[in-house]
Design a protein around this ligand. Structure first.
Ligand code: PLP
Length: 401
């Protein structure tokens, strides 16, 4: 879908750039607007923790304000935060980054991804990324002047990309592989051996890897593999990480990039002219998160895991076949048995039963026939939503037989 601008300029026609015209508006927004006009809605729509940021982290930010920390910071981010982050990455994943040159604190992974692409992509460069994948991947590649080359990440492969499929899409213009595991929207997690095969393709064809690991802490019964921890990958990977999901800090807008010094320096150039620095109080809260947030992370992860099991069991019981998601906080059931398209399903479910889910094709063409259900909401709401969805599915499955 493209935007048709109403304003016309005599000289140039559309006032909008071709790049912006090319990117579709996020399909998720439409449902938020519709949802706002209906009462008693249960939302499994937004990919956001329902927890409030742990008190200790909020307190650290409040205290920093009381102390008068209200100014710009270094463009790279406050040194203490970078040092703590370097220790954190070394401790958790065994990857060593120089806090002075190889880490950049950003306004969320959103900014880090944009910077990574703008710093590395020339017009026409191809970036191979998952279909299905996070909504910003394709849009950000287009905005950077690149071309997004989708590689299947579908139910047949448990929503993981296959190294052979990646390799089959490599051309002379391929510059990078963009991966995002644990995955939004499917909850898929790639194992170390599976990622090692992708790493081998990157090495063989001398490609950059952008690895969005914002859900690294949200894994259930499986270990997260940090891509740059794979042999030979640190020097060709831009690791994108954040605080939004694991520490329930979406509104603080803070994240980071870790990469070889030359790339971080280039990303910092863009960051310095467009953003300057991430907000200081958010950096203070992030510092506290790394120092003292672990117990809260573990509590939240245990709770997500409980909800995940109930959600997946419930979806399968009402006849929406659902793979077991091993990470993030999304279930991605097939709705094919209802005979509805993903968009019809989501729209009718909202109007008829007041439950919000996101139609799967928002995340790539291959998402048709699926919907995304976020289980970062209370157990009571999940249970009520499942009952409503059960009624809904029953009606449509009967109508189809
Ligand atoms: N990457 C993925 C896969 C996401 O799901 C999200 C948010 O939903 C982001 C990045 C953006 O995260 P941040 O809040 O750090 O900008």
């Amino acid at each position: 879908m493209t935007i048709t601008p109403k304003v016309r300029l005599k000289r140039a026609g559309s006032p909008l750039s071709q790049r912006v015209l090319q990117i579709p508006p996020s399909g998720i927004r439409k449902f938020f607007d519709l949802m706002a006009s209906i009462e008693g809605v249960i939302s499994l729509g937004v990919g956001e923790p329902d927890f409030v940021t742990p008190w200790r982290l909020r307190e650290a930010a409040i205290y920093s304000l009381e102390q008068g920390y209200t100014m710009y910071t270094s463009n790279y981010g406050i040194p203490e935060l970078r040092e703590e982050l370097a220790r954190h990455l070394a401790r958790r994943y065994g990857v060593e980054y120089d806090p002075e040159q190889e880490l950049l604190i950003t306004v969320g992974v959103s900014e880090a991804l944009d910077l990574a692409l703008r710093a590395t992509i020339d017009p026409g460069d191809e970036v191979i990324g998952p279909d299905l994948g996070y909504v910003a991947y394709q849009a950000d590649v287009i905005l950077s002047g690149g071309v997004y080359v989708p590689v299947p990440a579908t139910a047949e492969n448990e929503f993981k990309i296959m190294a052979s499929d990646v390799e089959a899409r490599i051309t002379e213009r391929t510059k990078a592989i963009l991966i995002g595991y644990p995955s939004n929207p499917t909850g898929a997690v790639m194992t170390r051996p599976e990622l090692a095969q992708v790493a081998e393709v990157a090495r063989k064809h001398d490609l950059l890897v952008l690895s969005d690991e914002i859900y690294d802490r949200l894994v259930y019964g499986i270990e997260h593999t940090c891509f740059p921890s794979l042999p030979g990958m640190k020097e060709r990977t831009i690791l994108l990480g954040g605080f939004s999901k694991a520490y329930a800090m979406t509104g603080w807008r803070v994240g980071y990039a870790a990469a070889p010094a030359e790339i971080i320096e280039a990303m910092m150039k863009v960051h310095q002219y467009t953003i300057m620095c991430a907000p200081i109080m958010s950096q203070m809260a992030a510092l506290e998160a790394l120092k003292a947030g672990e117990a809260s992370v573990q509590e939240m992860v245990a709770e997500y895991d409980r909800r995940r099991r109930i959600m997946v069991k419930g979806l399968n019981e009402i006849g929406l076949q659902c793979h077991e998601p091993k990470g993030a906080f999304y279930a991605f059931p097939s709705i094919k048995s209802t005979g509805l398209s993903s968009e019809e399903f989501a729209e009718r479910l909202l109007r008829e039963e007041k439950v919000v889910v996101v139609h799967g094709n928002t995340f790539g063409e291959r998402g048709e026939g699926y919907v995304r259900c976020c289980y970062a909401t209370s157990l009571e709401e999940i249970e009520e939503a499942l009952q409503r969805m059960g009624r809904f599915v029953n009606r449509y499955q009967k109508a189809g037989t």
